[in-house]
Write a protein that binds this ligand. Sequence first.
Ligand code: PFF
Ligand code: NA
Length: 442
Amino acid sequence: MWSSRLAFILAATGSAVGLGNIWRFPYLASDNGGGAFVLVYLACIAVLGLPILLSEILIGRHGRQSPVNSLASTAEESGASRVWGGAGLNGILAGVLILSFYSVVGGWTLRYAWLYLAQLFGADPISDPAASFNGMLASAGTLTFWHLLFMLLTVGVVALGVEKGLERSVKFLMPALFVLLLVLVGYGATTGHLGEAAAFLFKPDWSKVSASVVASAMGQAFFTLSLAMGSIITYGAYLPNGISIPRVGVTVAAADTTVALLAGLAIFPIVIAFGIDPAGGGPGLIFNSLPLAFNEMPFGTVYGLLFFVLLAFAAWTSSISLLEPGTAWLVEQGIMSRRAASFSLAGLCWMLGLLSVFGFNHLADVRPFGQDIMTFIGLISNDLMLPFGGLLIALFTGWVVKESILREQLAGLPQWLFTLWRWIMRIVAPLLVLMVLVNALA
Ligand code: PFF
Ligand code: NA
């Protein structure tokens, strides 16, 4: 019943669209000066993200194994060392760090869904969103509970290997999330602040661009497309031959980018209309602003419930794809059963996540490089490890993989685009990533 192209697009879109689009993108735009950040981010998607996305699908489809072994066997076939599989290990490690905090934030969305459900049954509305949000962060017990629940939902699917069933629901729930965002943009328009929001998001103030702004934009481009983590290589391994890799890649990248921009256009009019400063919103941005709108909108409680349920679902399909590559690798090594591997990894991520949890309360004084612990772990994984992994993938496809393999996998791509893509892998992407990493580290 399902065309294979659609199945791949659903799986990859389920991985890509998540908290990165709706929670992280708007607050990064807010913290990094708006338009300039957004334009650098869009450029990173076009110049680095999409081309590397194609590379990862290609490696997966050629290797047809877990990310580590797809890289290693493709290297071997091209006359290079299997050591290239190490790029997959960097991704698995980054995945552990990312899942640790991703699950904490996934827990926030579950709790807000719960709050709106309770509201539907008569509980008090969230009258002071900032106070509610800060109250939640102050309670280590609350955060730990929802973090545990989210992680259990994730590991449950991976342990039982029932991802396929879930991917089917992506077909209905992603469009629903899309429509809901459109409704919120419409609501934003009625506040009369849509233009102002668009100006904040798209009118660049280049004086706001610094090395760290560019690094954040680049890290976000990798994070949002689920790159350098093995997820896309894993899904590429199931892509039938004969389906155009550029075509599915462009579809996934376009869907992901559209959702992020829509989220921005949905959230900033509300932020502005309710007198919140659009700059410096931080990780609480959507939780501090959206409830204000849900309080005012007709059927706002229902919208609030739907919004957080769909966001939790989008986060769930992404977190599954974060846990899957590491699990697959452990199983392939023959060390553990699928169940043992997924529970061990999830347990490790959950415990690491407690650091992020306590960073908001018991360990609030611990501020590595002036950041709370969650932000710090995000910087290490998203802004350093993902671009580093992307750099390895680019060098690998640009210089190591046999040209005949590339040609076979990208058959149908016009010659000039093939050449352009190859030079991006060889020179442009490695140089750009290196420059940004070196500057950011300095
Ligand atoms: N792309 C997801 C998001 O934007 O929320 C996050 C993510 C999922 C990153 C899977 C990496 C990954 F392997
Ligand atoms: Na994303």
